[in-house]
Design a protein around this ligand. Structure first.
Ligand code: NCD
Ligand code: ZN
Length: 344
């Protein structure tokens, strides 16, 4: 049995770092394992202009632990007022690596997102021209649509029309949760890719709802049926270059999770690599882990893979059950299975 293996240092293509005290508390958990991360812009207020992104990047760099080898890749939050020229300038400066589309009201801090997709056509056209990827939170917000169907309906109603109108646009379907999304990516040309989270490879909707409600497993898009989880595992472990890791590690304090109307998000930064090694080993695909965590993402984003390496050793990892922050404890995702791989 393999006892140790080495991969290129991973990147996280979808990460929530928050701001202020929370940023300082959670950043070390990503910076210790990842070389780069696409930083989500859903702060309050959101990161909408190049100026906002530069200021947020400075705050992240100021919070960086001593000696860290971690580069935050900034994004802008798309609104109906986003200026194509501002986006293009931020891209030309090397400041931003993607623009994030949140349908208005789809998830945490998405109130400033897009309600009328016709109003963002000029920005999308500019992005297609300059090769800047659009990252999508792929859920419709129509209250008539069942929450478990919102991703599949988004593909038909929103994403496919956008891609037909802007065929050259590079798109990353973020945190996909369904067989339909995985199939849609596979059938598309190479300018469409998808990130998959760690937790969606592990949990299905029973983990959230059976035997008592488990708020720490509640995230958006919500985990679906078991057949969808298995479809995501097949995609992640396949080596197909269009699928790569975006943890969507999304810290909320326990006080904000354990409420009558609790926040969505799973905090996986501290134990993601141990969980992924377990998942890939279970599926007999440890040899594909590096493609998923360290090679496919940079290739899609037009960046070199990290030169630095990471070694995983077959010994039980230890990680905290929660991370203390000045705002209160943040519970670390519980994979609900024994883990056997430690980052060394
Ligand atoms: C994210 C958050 O908390 O910011 N929550 C989540 O459940 N994933 C927002 C998001 O990415 O949808
Ligand atoms: Zn997210």
């Amino acid at each position: 049995m393999t006892k140790t293996f080495t991969i290129r240092r991973p990147d996280d293509w979808h990460l929530h770092l928050r701001d202020g005290d929370m940023l300082c508390a959670v950043l070390p958990h990503s910076a210790s394992h990842f070389g780069r991360a696409i930083i989500m812009p859903n702060l309050v207020p959101p990161v909408v202009t190049a100026k906002d992104a530069a200021a947020y990047r400075d705050r992240i760099l100021a919070a960086m632990p001593e000696g860290a080898d971690f580069n935050p890749l900034m994004t802008l939050y798309l609104t109906e007022n986003t200026d194509p020229a501002d986006v293009a300038a931020a891209h030309a400066d090397g400041l931003i690596h993607a623009v994030k589309l949140y349908p208005a009201g789809a998830t945490t801090n998405s109130a400033s997102g897009v309600a009328n997709f016709d109003r963002v056509g000029a920005v999308l056209e500019k992005m297609a021209e300059i090769g800047l990827p659009l990252c999508t939170h792929g859920e419709v917000t129509d209250p008539e649509i069942d929450i478990f169907d919102r991703e599949a309906v988004f593909i038909d109603r929103v994403l496919d029309p956008i891609r037909r109108s802007h065929p050259a646009l590079r798109v990353v379907m973020e945190h996909i949760t369904t067989q339909q999304a995985a199939d849609y990516v596979r059938a598309a040309p190479e300018n469409l890719a998808a990130t998959i989270t760690t937790h969606h490879l592990v949990i299905n909707r029973n983990h959230i709802l059976a035997g008592g409600i488990k708020p720490h497993y509640y995230c958006l898009p919500v985990a679906k049926r078991e057949n969808h989880r298995l479809a995501l595992r097949a995609a992640a472990t396949s080596g197909d270059p269009r699928f790569f890791l975006g943890t969507d590690s999304a810290p909320h304090t326990d006080a904000n999770k354990l409420l009558p109307c609790g926040c969505a998000g799973c905090f996986t930064a501290p134990n993601t690599l141990s969980i992924l090694a377990e998942v890939f080993e279970q599926d007999g695909a440890l040899d594909q882990l590096e493609a998923f965590t360290s090679l496919n993402g940079p290739a899609f984003y037009g960046l070199p893979a990290n030169e630095a390496k990471m070694t995983l050793t077959r010994s039980p990892p230890s990680f905290p059950s929660h991370v203390d922050t000045p705002e209160g404890p943040v519970t670390v995702f519980d994979p609900a299975m024994p883990l056997h791989w430690t980052v060394t």
